[in-house]
Design a protein around this ligand. Structure first.
Ligand code: NA7
Length: 547
């Protein structure tokens, strides 16, 4: 860090910035971005808010946190050595193992020497004269970089529920996305969980094993399907390793980079018996197959979607003994797969346990958090421990939390709020030159490390291209931004997913200004996304202005 404990004045126009590139975040994107930029001989610096690497897998250390993607499809694919050296112990890796993996990566590639930990970035300001960004940490320290890469993750700005009295609560309380490092025990405790998204579901099924009493506060239920996790022994790992080339090739071909391929058949092109057998097969198969490998029209045809929903509803009714509780757990406001599908391991059976109670806060809303617990319209619940599994200010939230100021004093947060979300391939933003986003809004998310690897390499190539040509200024042309943003809108048409409120459509009622749905994600296929970006690079980045 160039200066300490103070924000310094803007660099002189001819000053050489402290770094070629400043990367914000040392999660999966930031680690790989650092490595790729180093390979180009660039001076890169990473600022990371946590005390260790891992990003999502550093912060989300809540009980039960694990992959929903097959472990071997989720890890980095760029290094044969890494693939040879790392063994996964479960088909869906638990958080401690994933955090160990990312530490292993950081050590193997000697990444830590360029990472500053406990360094939360508060602001980034573009200096037009110096053609550089000044990045300021919460501590007040600052440094300059020719380029900035935000590697802040789409799900890393945790949000608490907007419920009165939260600060008055006197027991233990944790947000799942800010889970403490010390051991949290539930044995014999009265525990309350608010939130039943993918996170809440993972946490609830774990907490229910030991809690004295668990109360789950559910607003809108989600459609959950079995994960079918199991250990990987050394023989199976050897087979998996042999299959890596085909596995990654497959992930490159599928729409969302998962190993699951959409079934080419339409829901109504098969007989009732065939359809039922296929649903059963998917329900009994591990992972996201039932979501990502279902009939091709499941997420575009309402009648097709209704049949898949009916099937999963039947499973819930079969698994939950109390019919009233089963009905509470079945979504009525959205169809199967139109929100992110939580993957579960005996989640529904939890509600058959005598120590677990489900409270629908649609029926009895939470009025306030009290010093002792939670008060609904019906009664007060007292807890020793309260868990907020209430999600994130997704996709743009982690960027919004940094005061990013581009050309002409334009603030990123204000720009997107007033004009709507516009990007160039989800990587660049008009008026924000020399700034690149890894897995920013308008990119293909899906099995995210696969998208990350592509994004990181594309950004590294672009920065390398600018650097090699002696350009100190790279900006997206307004017409290119318009074209990409219109393409994103076109790709989102007709998708049932985009007609439902969720983090994927940018809705978070706990955040001002995020009440309405937007096209936050690119919802075309990943191969199409890559083809577009490859084409931009192959044509020498005509969509960008270099100087
Ligand atoms: P999600 O999927 O956004 O889920 C958040 C949950 O918290 C969801 O059940 C919300 O209910 C609930 N919530 C949020 N605010 C409130 C308030 N104010 N009162 C009651 N309940 C509330 O976040 P996750 O962390 O589970 O998962 C995010 C992604 O991370 C996940 O999809 C994976 O990709 C990894 P709602 O549905 O809004 O009614």
């Amino acid at each position: 860090m160039a200066s300490s404990q103070q924000v310094r004045s803007a660099p002189a126009p001819d000053a050489v910035p402290d770094y070629d590139v400043i990367i914000i975040g040392a999660g999966i994107s930031g680690l790989y971005q650092l490595l790729k930029l180093r390979e180009l001989g660039l001076r890169a610096r990473v600022y990371e808010a946590g005390t260790g690497v891992g990003g999502t897998w550093y912060w989300n250390r809540y009980p039960g946190a694990r992959f929903d993607s097959e472990s071997y499809s989720y890890g980095f694919s760029f290094s044969q050595e890494l693939l040879d050296e790392w063994d996964w112990s479960e088909h869906f890796s638990p958080q401690p193992e994933t955090e160990r993996y990312l530490n292993f990566v950081a050590d193997k590639f000697d990444l830590r020497r360029d990472i500053q930990f406990s360094a939360r970035v508060a602001a980034a300001r573009f200096d037009a004269a110096a053609r550089a960004w000044t990045v300021t940490l919460e501590s007040g320290e600052s440094a300059t970089g020719r380029f900035v890469v935000t590697a802040v993750g789409p799900l890393s700005a945790p949000t608490y529920p907007r419920i009165e009295g939260r600060d008055s609560y006197q027991g233990e309380a944790y947000h799942t996305g800010l889970w403490p490092k010390h051991k949290v025990t539930f044995e014999g405790k009265r525990v309350g969980v608010i939130g039943t998204g993918a996170t809440g579901v993972q946490a609830i099924q774990e907490i229910a094993k030991t809690a004295g009493h668990l109360t789950v506060f559910q607003r809108r239920p989600n459609w959950c399907t079995p994960l079918h996790n199991r250990p990987i022994d050394s023989a199976e790992m050897r087979e998996i390793r042999k299959g890596y080339p085909e596995l990654f090739e497959r992930c490159r071909e599928t729409a969302a980079c998962f190993i699951h391929t959409v079934d080419p058949r339409g829901t109504f092109e098969v007989s009732d018996e065939e359809r039922e057998a296929f649903y059963e097969h998917l329900y009994a198969s591990p992972g996201f197959g039932i979501w990502q490998g279902n009939f091709r029209d499941m997420l575009t045809d309402r009648a097709a979607n209704a049949l898949a929903s009916k099937f999963v509803a039947r499973k819930i009714r079969e698994r939950v003994k109390d019919p009233k509780v089963a009905e509470m757990l079945i979504p009525k406001d959205h169809g199967f797969g139109t929100r992110r599908v939580p993957q579960e391991t005996r989640y529904y059976e939890v509600y058959n346990q005598p120590n677990v109670e489900l409270v629908s806060i649609l029926e009895t809303p939470i009025e306030r958090i009290t010093p002792k617990g939670v008060k609904t319209s019906e009664r007060e619940y007292e807890f020793d421990l309260l868990v907020y599994a209430t999600g994130f200010d997704a996709i743009t939230g982690s960027l919004d939390r940094i005061d990013i100021v581009g050309e002409d004093g334009v603030k990123l947060k204000d720009k997107w709020r007033s004009e709507g979300l516009t990007t160039f391939v989800g990587v660049m933003i008009e008026k924000f030159p020399n700034l690149f986003m890894d897995v920013g809004p308008h990119t293909a998310l899906g099995n995210i490390p696969r998208s990350i690897e592509y994004n990181v390499e594309w950004v590294a190539d672009l920065i390398g291209h600018a650097h090699k040509s002696g350009h100190t200024y790279v900006a997206a042309r307004p017409e290119a931004v318009k074209e990409w943003t219109e393409f994103v809108a076109m790709k989102g048409e007709g998708l049932l997913t985009n007609e439902v409120d969720s983090w994927m459509t940018g809705v978070n009622l706990n955040v001002d200004g995020k009440e309405k749905r937007i096209l936050a994600r690119y919802s075309g296929t990943a191969p199409e996304y890559r083809a577009w970006c490859d084409d931009v690079a192959a044509r020498g980045y005509e969509e960008l202005r270099f100087d």
